[in-house]
Ligand binder design. Structure first.
Ligand code: IMP
Length: 179
């Protein structure tokens, strides 16, 4: 098994690059079929989704556009915790078919906030494509139309996902190793 060290932690390979590519191609094929005749606006969530978005879009063969947003946290005056806010969307999504591209859905809080923001702008449809889904961590019920892999509640890096800002460049996805 391939192993990597990111900062001070050891990780073991969990999903290989070709396994990821195959699954990304399957999702793209499904999108090509389900959105035939409709123009899609993909919205990639930075930073984590950059690799998934790139590979997915290279396999889309129907008319589409892509743009990117960031989720930034701010201290809410209404709640005790940090709230995520969607930043950087310049395009109007009104009446458009939108597919959000995310790297991982964990608690679902980030995605539920993004969906709430976007649905206010009256898109024709709004769907989520996430590469990874930690099903057992889900706290908010978010509709996920396309899921690459359901994974256990264990920290992962690679293929866009980071551990303390590093590891995004890895072609495979690695899981935190038992100490
Ligand atoms: P959520 O709001 O809890 O669903 O968290 C989503 C965000 O947490 C993702 O966009 C990632 O940035 C980060 N995240 C959650 N789990 C992991 C992981 O295992 N590795 C790297 N980042 C993660």
């Amino acid at each position: 098994m391939k192993e990597v060290k990111v900062h001070d932690r050891h990780f073991v390979q969990y999903l290989g690059a070709s396994q990821i590519q195959n699954r990304v191609e399957e999702i793209a094929a499904q999108i090509n079929e389900e959105y035939e005749g409709k123009d899609i606006l993909f919205i990639g969530v930075l930073n984590g989704a950059f690799m998934f978005a790139s590979d997915l879009l290279q396999n889309i063969n129907i008319p589409c556009e892509i743009t990117f947003v960031k989720m930034a946290s701010y201290q809410s005056t209404q709640t005790t915790g940090n709230v995520e806010q969607l930043l950087g969307l310049r395009e109007s999504i009104e009446g458009r078919h939108v597919v959000i591209i995310e790297d991982i859905v964990d608690t679902g809080l980030t995605m539920s906030r993004a969906l709430a923001d976007l649905s206010k702008q009256n898109p024709a449809s709004l769907a989520v494509a996430t590469l990874l889904f930690k099903k057992e961590c889900l706290k908010e019920n978010v509709p996920l139309k396309y899921i690459g892999f359901e994974i256990p509640d264990r920290f992962v890096v690679g293929y866009g996902l980071d551990y303390d800002a590093q590891g995004r460049n890895l072609r495979d996805i690695y899981q935190l190793k038992d100490d």
